[in-house]
Design a binder for this molecule. Structure first.
Ligand code: ATP
Length: 250
């Protein structure tokens, strides 16, 4: 694809004492694509997410988002610029209905979504519009009034994505949205993520290789804090260095 570059990392480093969790990572994420980051445990995927979204400071390098150098901007400023992150740990209000969870996220007052809560405030009317459109995306309209605790695991995981969507981001960062899911839920999550490309850009950490290969436009493979390979899923799948990094597990 040749859509414009929305997010770029240039030589991003993260050191913990002498250990380099990221040893100079370059990344270009094009708008309206699904860009996956894969790699063995400890490769630096989550650390890269921390750098891109501003939850931790870089030790070196530069991050440009939507034409702005955001390298030294705090996370909430980056949220205002249009980044939202969905967290691996569950962050939903289980006793409140689905709609109310999304309303709190759209309003920017869901405390456990503090990171995503700095987007421009919405009027009541447009809040309702955002909630309705997110409900439709999630396929949870029928469950709008259901307490979140009564949803299936897969529905709850989709709602976590929806909480980030309620901040109306340009780019949404998903860290293992499918972990621990059964087949049916996987298909729903895949469809949800692919459907986001019309309005958003998706940066995805994902361990399930079938999903990565199915839904990604671009795959970046990390190993030991560096980019080992980057390209179209087909090219990545047949890349010898990638195959040996995964010991043939693709
Ligand atoms: P996984 O797939 O297991 O989640 P990952 O690719 O996300 O792995 P990271 O969590 O980014 O990997 O970790 C990269 C490396 O940095 C690991 O070796 C980890 O032990 C190290 N690391 C992460 N955070 C710290 C820290 N606060 N202090 C020291 N080392 C750290």
């Amino acid at each position: 694809t040749s859509s414009p570059i929305l997010l770029e990392a240039v030589g991003v480093e993260k050191r913990y004492d002498k250990f380099a969790a990221l040893a100079g990572v370059d990344l270009k994420v094009r708008a309206h694509t699904v860009h996956s980051v894969i790699g063995p445990n400890g490769a630096g995927k989550t650390t890269l997410f921390h750098m891109l979204t501003g939850t931790k400071n870089v030790s070196g390098g530069r991050i440009v988002f939507d034409g702005h150098d955001v390298t030294h901007e705090p996370d909430h400023r980056r949220v205002q610029r249009g980044m939202a992150r969905s967290f691996q740990v569950t962050s939903l209000f289980l006793t409140l209905p689905v709609r109310e969870n999304l309303r709190l996220a759209a309003q920017g007052t869901a405390p456990r979504h503090a990171l995503n809560c700095w987007h421009a405030p919405l009027g009541t009317r447009s809040q309702a519009d955002v909630v309705a459109s997110v409900l439709a995306r999630l396929g949870l309209e029928r469950h709008a009034d259901t307490p979140v605790g009564n949803l299936s695991h897969g529905q709850q995981r989709r709602l976590e994505v929806g909480m980030a969507l309620a901040a109306r981001p340009k780019a949404i960062f998903l860290d293992e949205p499918t972990s621990g899911m059964g087949i049916d839920d996987l298909d729903d999550m895949k469809r949800l993520i692919q459907g986001l490309k019309d309005e958003h850009t998706v940066v995805l950490i994902e361990h399930n290789m079938n999903i990565v290969m199915d839904i990604s436009d671009t795959v970046t493979v990390m190993q030991q804090g560096r980019v080992l390979a980057e390209g179209h899923p087909h090219a990545i799948r047949s890349d010898d260095r990638v195959r040996s990094a995964y010991l043939g597990n693709m």
